[in-house]
Write a protein that binds this ligand. Sequence first.
Ligand SMILES: *Cc1c(COP(=O)(O)O)cnc(C)c1O
Length: 379
Amino acid sequence: MKPATLFIHAGAHPDPSTGAIMTPIYQTSTYVQEAPGVNKGFEYARSQNPTRFALEEAFALIEKGKFALAFSSGVAATDAVIKLLEPGDEVICGNDMYGGTYRLFTKIFEKFGIRFHYVNMQEVENIAHYINDKTKLIWLETPTNPLMNITDIAAVAALAKGKNILVAVDNTFASPYLQNPLELGADIVMHSATKYLSGHSDVIQGALMMNDKDLRDKLYFIQKSCGAVPGPMDCFLVLRGIKTLHVRMQRHCENGRIIAHYLRQHPKVGKVFWPGFEDHPNHLIAKKQMLDFGGMISFELKDDSADNVRRVLSSTHLFSLAESLGGVESLINHPASMTHASIPREERIKNGLSDSLIRLSVGIEDADDLIEDLAKAIG
Ligand SMILES: *Cc1c(COP(=O)(O)O)cnc(C)c1O
């Protein structure tokens, strides 16, 4: 099935009792049983909910996986993956990733004896260097947030193969429309469904997709034991969002391309980070593993004084100054003080995330209006 058809029909079955074309919101905590242990496969909503199950079916299909689980947030999904590990296990992860993932690893899991190695994942050899018999997981994000670096997913999967190391990919920035890591050999895909999957900035939710039944069962056990499940209303919203993912992504990519080129020729703009540029250091890998380059762009201003950066961030009107991304409306963000403030400054600077970096989530408005807004703000 082609993506446009898949995104609309994934997980959608007419409701058996009424024929309702949209999955009902089963707003219930429990299910009546005929006799002890005699039920319709639904006992308690932390473990089973029909709206959530419909969404999980859709999640699996759109990531070309066999199984999926929906979580109450993206970080809850990441949390469940790390809970597969034991004290003493080691994880290799990127040195340029979502600030909340870094916080979860350093502030929550290190104290339980799990060791994290933060490496530059643009070169696969850097990962190979840290692999030993304690390595149980490679966690990667591509494109990275906010520097738009690209990691070769197939090369990392090949490196881990046969070594009993799971490869998990945070695919939030690309969305399943642009990139399908399971097809490239990853074991787990994670999404913050809060972003492109929902697409309308109205819900917090996470997802995990996988092919291995045993892995799915372990993660389901963690999900039900720890309880980070999404409510049925939120599942309904994400199901609805997925129906338009392909058309939204096409426009995000179109607008992203226009804005990236506009910024690049602007005399007051310095470096522009977007994997679609032919001279982006990982452009060829991006081209190989992604359908297009998305709507996320970061840039620096030539006048990178704190005052000027602040002025530009506060001067846009269509681009709203806010954390998050992937909604239909455009957002502007200052990673150093907002999304990535939980990473110590020295770490950030060392990894190339300057105090003056500005990140855009380019929405699906008219590109001319977006450019006019940026032109006025940059001045
Ligand atoms: C937002 C985000 C997360 C965390 O997801 P939440 O839904 O906010 O918990 C993880 N990874 C990336 C790349 C994100 O953008």
